[in-house]
Design a binder for this molecule. Structure first.
Ligand SMILES: [Zn+2]
Length: 104
């Protein structure tokens, strides 16, 4: 799996955990708002394939700035689902956190 596809997969999993628990949706079913959020994040990942690259990041910030509302939602979901990834998808949790740490 490529890095982008992996990131997409992780984001989708995290949004799914959040939606299932917070919006009382069934497993593998997301509400419209969360589906839209997944498209938004996937779109963003595709437009910014080099997240570590400073030049691309500044472009991203401009993009994010316009979508503050979506970004706030995503931040909330990450905060909620991050620790729960350990429970639901332990393998991904560790890979994700290792990667996050090694990026800083
Ligand atoms: Zn939802």
């Amino acid at each position: 799996m490529s890095k982008i596809n992996y990131e997409k997969h992780i984001v989708a999993l995290m949004i799914e955990i959040y939606c299932n628990n917070k919006h009382k949706t069934k497993k593998n079913v997301l509400c419209d708002a969360c589906n839209e959020l997944i498209s938004f994040t996937h779109d963003k990942l595709e437009k910014c394939p080099f997240a570590e690259n400073k030049g691309a990041c500044s472009n991203c910030k401009v993009h994010c700035y316009k979508k503050t509302h979506q970004r706030e939602k995503i931040r909330k979901i990450m905060k909620y689902s991050g620790p729960r990834m350990l429970l639901y998808h332990p393998k991904h949790f560790f890979i994700h956190y290792f990667k996050t740490l090694s990026n800083h």
